[in-house]
Ligand binder design. Sequence first.
Ligand SMILES: [Zn+2]
Ligand SMILES: [Zn+2]
Length: 306
Amino acid sequence: MEEQSAGQRAADAVGAALRKKEKEDAHLESVLKAFGKTLVEQVRWKADLAPHDDLSISEPDPELFAKGIPVSSRKQLIRIGELWPAAANLITPSLQEGFPLLAADLARMSTAVLDGSFSPDLFLSAAYGGRTDEARTIAGHIGFEPELLTFVLTQLAAPVVAKRSEMLFPLVRELPWNRGYCPICGSFPELSLLKGKEGQRWLRCGFCAAIWRFYRGSCPFCDSRDSGDVEFFFVEGRDHERVEVCHRCGRYITGMDLRSFGDDLVEEVLHISLMHLDVIAQKAGFLPMKGMGWESPGKEGSSKSL
Ligand SMILES: [Zn+2]
Ligand SMILES: [Zn+2]
């Protein structure tokens, strides 16, 4: 029998987890339909990507890291240079399938990446550098709003971003990190997980998929350790899935208690399988912390907008 590639094995595992979810949770149908195929193609490409070292990142300075400066940044991780044509070829078709109303726009974007008339790196450099007028002009050339283009390019580059993050992680594995944002890219987490016998709390980065430990009962966004600030919501009968809201900063994060589960859970699928909790939290007036960076306005006194 022919041996399967690493990409095929990873894609099969995510595909199987998605089908299982679909059977278990009818309410997830539309979310899985929109994001499922893209998730499969992203893990496939990530597993097949050869490690590459064009990040030009110097060894982290333990003193700066101890002061809360991440090893890299979103701006640095997402500019994937000569890998954009591959990203356009491999990921765009599944996005078109998941978001049929955007199919024609996505086709135009992909063609412009392939023929070189649109440079995602130039756009992202402007968008993440806070040069909003420039970002709007570049996006306008291919008929996109900058916010939507940032979302699409983030989906396209995600496998490379996660691979780079995975390669950087060993540099800081032994160094202490007690912040609510990602030690690799500085983004706030999209998922809070309780694992192990003692229920250690782990956060998963919404941008680069890095995982780090954090205090239980503290808000990752504003660092509040006051037990009166943090409240949990869950759906009756599904108390292992929860959303944690903070009354001090108004942000929330979804999460799962994995203590009663085996090792067969596929982490990539957890976040989209909790999207019904995003709806509950947002209806109650809370904002997601994912998507924010530690340098965003109001965080650590910086003025950068992304
Ligand atoms: Zn990260
Ligand atoms: Zn908070």
